[in-house]
Design a protein around this ligand. Structure first.
Ligand code: HEM
Length: 758
């Protein structure tokens, strides 16, 4: 009877905050606009800290000394293999970085998302919870001055160094996340927190019933079928794995199939064949795999573990559960006779011996040398005991694949070359998602620029000031370029930025280089006219300077946008000053990796009503639009004002009229909202696809406008509609201009790590 009064009375369905069913359970297709509002400063207890200053105060050598001492200080609660935590820390750092995928730039080591679900509980990250817990005393000592993300990568470097491997460099500057990331799609399978071996069969959501789907990588028919297809944008072939299954695709034990999966998967992570071989052969020079207990002895992953586990998972009930009983992946053994020092024995033995398929104590497929006289490797815990060498199916893949084999031969013959290749590839792996080099902190940042860093030249000229900015804006407007063309050039150059890996943006003026200058969504003909006019304005201006003041093309592209928006706003009755921060420089083609830049091209872009049907996306366009807004770090009001503004400024990639709800395109007005919110119209899909809509006058039945899903979402989604109402109201006009200009400037400045703090 008292129970009835308790607000959390524990009814059948839970009855407490956050328990299902919630909004998304009832309406799984609603657009989750709230995904734009993750990572709020309120969730970050360190939001008042300047990380750059704090990190720069650390004595990096002292910190590295602390880490290196920890690496050889074995603790009884998790005794180190070979009395050296180095190998397990390399795996931790690699798994932290290895979630990166180039298609959307998400994943990677940048925010230490490994600390949160789902990643902290992926089967592939088994026992990495122990590695991080071992690091806690270091984290505790340095506190706010050292992010987990930096500590994890730096520890990987220290581990390599104590085992005599020369690292290429280290840049700090990674900012930790403070909550799980809900915006990243990791794959279609349901994963229930049980070991992968138990959960992989039959417990996933299978969106493609006609195909064999045990993984993100799917085949029609046999595993070696060339129709295999790894779903975009994923890089891992199985949800809850970092890349590929070590036992071959679907655990089939086929090295050839494994090679195909590795190639596809590493390509998605922006690694070529040589980098791939360097990473795998380099990484597996160290440490061992763990499979001394069967999977049914292993408890739930961290997110599902009981309270008393205090955030750790995979409690192992075999023996002590650690040391010689350790069970992580299921495969057992080491690749080399000396797993704690850098040498070429991994490749030497892989090629010198024939390997045969065997089974680990945990029942996993692995490979053992056929030759009984092959070298042995010392047991990680029992003094004097020697074990057989081990290879995984994914290691044998390097031998059976002709292209990988050739690279292995090169590495075998030239250990120094191999060392250098692994060193560079490790640096790329762990820094790939950091963005411009301006973000890198500390004394170990290499001088050398690398092509994957999308380098821009250092500024070697003085900045233009107010008077020059004003006259340049006038010159641009006087040149006869239209508002629409100028805005399109500026927006196109800045808005391919993505915060996931901090690539893209206006700096470097890569809008004037291949491939961006020819992307169909950038209106290439019009764009190249704008660029040639701006170039001549630039040349005139720079040629007339007696001092060292210069303006770059990159700056002029952005300034052209500012001038155009000021004009468009004035035409609508409001005088505004659009902020402008000079200092961008112009990159050259040699500094631009065309293939890597092509990944930045949106497959669909709601800001320009660009919807590429050929890609065959089954995802509604507005969902990809939301994704783009999230990559631009926009909040819902910013997303709304920018879209509305771009529509009335005639920014559709093909100058189509979809969503251009105005009779005065080129004027910055709230007309978009007026039509969107009006009950004078009805909206009628043009066909079953419900991509394009006619907007009819209810009275006359005449088609007044047309629109796409990416226009109407601002009127149909409850959260966006409420925002639209603010700007569509009679007092919303000035607010709209102000908010549009602010959001515009934010986008123009997204990549300016040369002048802003993260
Ligand atoms: C260990 C798979 C690539 C570094 C392991 C383990 C597996 C595995 C199953 C054993 C985990 C355990 O039971 O403890 C793979 C696969 C790869 C790959 C399938 C790609 C095809 C890499 C790369 C690196 C790396 C690129 C680093 C550059 C390591 C290290 C260990 C390890 C150092 C030993 C960890 C320890 O001693 O505790 N790998 N790996 N691996 N891996 Fe990889």
């Amino acid at each position: 009877e008292n129970l009835a009064q308790c607000p959390f009375r524990g009814t059948r369905v839970g009855g407490a905050m956050g328990k299902s069913p919630q909004l998304d359970d009832w309406w799984p297709n609603r657009l989750q606009v709230e995904l734009l509002h993750q990572e709020q400063p309120v969730a970050n207890p360190l939001s008042d800290e300047n990380y750059k200053e704090a990190f720069n105060k650390i004595d990096l050598q002292e910190l590295k000394k602390d880490i290196k001492a920890m690496l050889v200080d074995s603790k009884d609660w998790w005794p180190a293999d070979y009395n050296n935590y180095g190998p397990q820390m390399i795996r931790m750092a690699w798994h932290s970085a290895g979630t990166y995928r180039i298609a959307d730039g998400r994943g990677g080591a940048g925010q230490a998302l490994q600390r949160f679900g789902p990643i902290n509980s992926w089967w592939d990250n088994g026992n990495i919870d122990k590695s991080r817990r071992l690091l806690w005393p270091i984290k505790q000592k340095y506190g706010a001055s050292l992010s987990w993300a930096d500590l994890i990568v730096l520890t990987g470097n220290c581990a390599l160094e104590i085992m005599n491997f020369p690292t290429f460099g280290f840049g700090g500057g990674r900012r930790d996340a403070w909550e799980p990331d809900r915006s990243t799609y990791w794959g279609p399978e349901f994963w229930n927190g049980k070991p992968f071996k138990e959960s992989k069969v039959g417990e996933y959501y299978d969106g493609h019933p006609e195909e064999m789907v045990t993984q993100n990588l799917r085949w029609k028919g046999e595993p070696s079928d060339p129709n295999r297809d790894l779903e975009n944008p994923l890089a891992a072939t199985h949800q809850a794995l970092i890349y590929v299954n070590p036992e071959g695709p679907g655990g089939n034990g086929e090295p050839k199939d494994s090679a195909m999966a590795i190639r596809e998967s590493f390509k998605r992570m922006a690694m070529n064949d040589e980098e791939t071989v360097a990473l795998i052969a380099g990484g597996h020079a160290f440490g061992k795999s763990h499979g001394m207990a069967s999977a049914d002895k292993i408890g739930p992953a961290p997110e599902a573990a009981p309270m008393q586990a205090m955030g750790m998972g995979w409690q192992n009930s075999e023996g002590t559960g650690f040391g010689k009983y350790t069970m992580t992946n299921g495969i057992e053994g080491s690749w080399t006779p000396d797993p704690t020092s850098w040498d070429n024995n991994y490749l030497i033995n892989l090629f010198k011996f024939e390997w045969e398929k065997t089974e680990s104590p945990a029942g996993a497929i692995q490979w053992t040398p056929k030759d009984p006289n092959a070298p042995k490797t010392p047991d990680a815990h029992e003094e004097g005991k020697m074990n057989d060498l081990m290879m995984m199916t994914s290691d044998i893949a390097l031998k059976v694949d002709p292209a990988y084999n050739e690279i292995c031969q090169k590495f075998l013959n030239d250990f120094e070359y191999f060392t250098n290749a692994f060193s560079k590839a490790w640096y790329k792996l762990t820094h790939r998602d950091m963005g411009p080099k301006d973000r890198y902190l500390g004394p170990e940042v290499p001088e050398e620029d690398l092509i994957w860093q999308d380098p821009v030249p250092k500024r070697d000229f003085d900045l233009i000031e107010e008077a020059e900015i004003t006259s340049l804006k006038q010159n641009i407007l006087d040149s006869g370029l239209s508002v629409s063309a100028l805005v399109s050039a500026a927006w196109s150059s800045a808005a391919i930025y993505r915060d996931s890996d901090k690539r893209g943006g206006a700096n470097g003026a890569r809008i004037a280089l291949e491939p961006q200058n020819n992307w169909d969504l950038n209106r290439p003909d019009e764009l190249n006219k704008v660029l040639s006019t701006l170039r001549s304005i630039k040349d005139d201006f720079n040629g007339n300077q007696s001092g060292n003041k210069r303006v770059s093309l990159a700056d002029l592209v952005v300034l052209g946008g500012c001038a155009a928006i000021e004009k468009a706003s004035k035409d609508g009755g409001f005088d505004v000053n659009v902020p402008f921060t000079p200092g961008r420089t112009d990159a050259i083609a040699e500094q631009t990796d065309v293939e890597s830049f092509d990944w930045l091209k949106p497959v669909s872009d709601g800001f320009k009503n660009y919807h590429n049907d050929k890609v065959g996306y089954n995802i509604p366009a507005e969902r990809i639009f939301l994704d783009r807004a999230q990559l631009l770090t926009l909040n819902a009001p910013e997303w709304t004002v920018l879209t509305a503004g771009l529509r009335v400024l005639d920014q559709n990639f093909d100058h189509s009229k979809h969503g251009v709800f105005t009779d005065r395109p080129g004027t910055l007005s709230t007309d978009f909202f007026k039509v969107l919110l009006s009950m004078d119209y009805e909206w009628v899909p043009q066909n079953d696809r419900e991509m394009l809509f006619d907007i009819r006058d209810r009275e006359t039945g005449n088609i007044k406008y047309t629109a796409t899903r990416c226009d109407l979402i601002f009127g149909s989604n409850a959260q966006l509609r409420n925002i639209a109402e603010v700007y569509g109201a009679d007092d919303g006009k000035e607010r709209f201009i102000k908010d549009f200009v602010k959001a515009w400037d934010k986008v123009m400045m997204l990549d300016r790590y040369d002048v802003k703090d993260d």
